[in-house]
Design a protein around this ligand. Structure first.
Ligand code: SF4
Length: 358
């Protein structure tokens, strides 16, 4: 295997053997000759943090190859799970971008040799689109289970004798999932050891970038705009009841108002919402909303009641799978916002349908 090939796909066994053969120790890397690899390693992690995708710099393949395990080392030394997840996805998107330009032979070889997939070349035209590959459905299901787009549902795929027809780009997209899992397994266990000074200096630099982006990455901050799609079922129930002109209980009004305040709906919009669909007195409604928002009275900004309180009051309705993992409507909202963001990132990483059909 060429160094360039190994640099493109650092998860290939042959590339790992190539690295092993170099038998480098941490102290060896303090040699200025390895400075470029140390810089590139730090850059890989910073690209993952800031851009969500790692670039492929193949002009100097050995530097690119060496930088991968060093980047993994930096991530494990930082030891934050959401950085590990982000790095794994960013490296996987890098691999996907490269795989899209490969011939099917390469894609199948990687899928079989590295991930043990049952995949073969067997071209077929489906609605005028060449589907050159066929993948065994258990492998397909494992890789595509996290995709939400209709085109990935098994019922929407052509299947023959247990094999799912795929375009080369679709196979590359499925491989991205395998690569992400492979990288994640290698970065999810934090490590702790002392680095020689030149390596520590780069790690400090990466940590600084990470700290600057931590809030955005951890999702602990709610988005500036209100994301209606991320509302939990209970709040949808309250809102839909309000919009349908149903009489709302005190708990429903308090729960919904405090939720809307905390997800950042402007006070005027809330006043407008209540007064346009009910006969609420505008000034009284405004006062109550501002009170809950901490702008009047004791100046305490209220948070919505917990799931268990809402349950007691009969407001916990239409629970879904996210509900089973949260204890508070705002926790639901945060999770759903992150999920929607991830879906958007994945869709952006995918080619348009037109490209995918080429
Ligand atoms: S579990 Fe919590 S977030 Fe989900 S519907 Fe019930 S109260 Fe709302």
């Amino acid at each position: 295997m060429s160094e360039r090939e190994a640099a493109k796909y650092p998860f290939l066994k042959a590339g790992l053997e190539l690295l092993d053969g170099l038998d480098l120790q941490l102290d060896d890397l303090t040699d200025p000759n390895y400075g470029k690899a140390l810089d590139r390693a730090a850059e890989r992690v910073k690209e993952a943090i800031v851009q969500g995708v790692v670039s492929a710099k193949l002009a100097d393949p050995l530097t690119e190859l060496l930088s991968y395990p060093l980047a993994v080392m930096y991530v494990t030394l930082i030891g934050e799970q959401f950085l590990s997840r982000r790095f794994a996805l960013a490296e996987a998107v890098r691999a996907y971008n490269l795989l899209q330009d490969e011939y099917e032979e390469k894609i199948t070889r990687i899928a079989v040799d590295e991930f043990g997939w049952d995949i073969r070349r067997d071209p077929e035209n489906i609605d005028g689109v060449p589907h050159t590959l066929k993948l065994a459905y258990p492998d397909y299901l494992r890789a595509a289970s996290s995709f939400h787009e209709a085109k990935w549902k098994l019922v929407n795929r052509k299947m023959e004798n247990g094999l799912v027809c795929l375009t080369g780009v679709e196979a590359a997209r499925l491989l991205q999932v395998g690569v992400e899992q492979w990288v994640r397994e290698r970065v999810s266990t934090p490590s702790s050891f002392t680095l020689p000074e030149p390596l520590q200096k780069r790690l400090d630099d990466v940590k600084k970038v990470f700290e600057e982006n931590r809030v955005r990455l951890s999702g602990s901050q709610l988005p500036d705009e209100v994301i209606n799609e991320a509302f939990p079922p209970c709040m949808r129930y309250c809102l839909e009841g309000l919009l349908a002109g149903k009489r709302a209980s005190h708990m429903e009004r308090f729960g919904l108002t405090s939720f809307l305040v905390n997800v950042g709906m402007p006070i005027d919009d809330m006043v407008q919402l209540y007064t346009s669909v009910t006969d609420f007195d505008e000034s009284l409604t405004r006062y109550q909303i501002e009170h809950i928002a901490g702008l009047k009275g004791h100046r305490t900004k209220y948070t919505p009641p917990t799931c268990s309180t809402l349950r007691t009051h009969g407001i916990c309705r239409n629970m879904d799978s996210i509900c089973e993992t949260v204890s508070h409507p705002l926790g639901y909202y945060r999770k759903k916002v992150r999920r929607l963001e991830r879906q958007r990132e994945q869709q952006e990483a995918e080619p348009s349908n037109t490209t995918a059909q080429q």
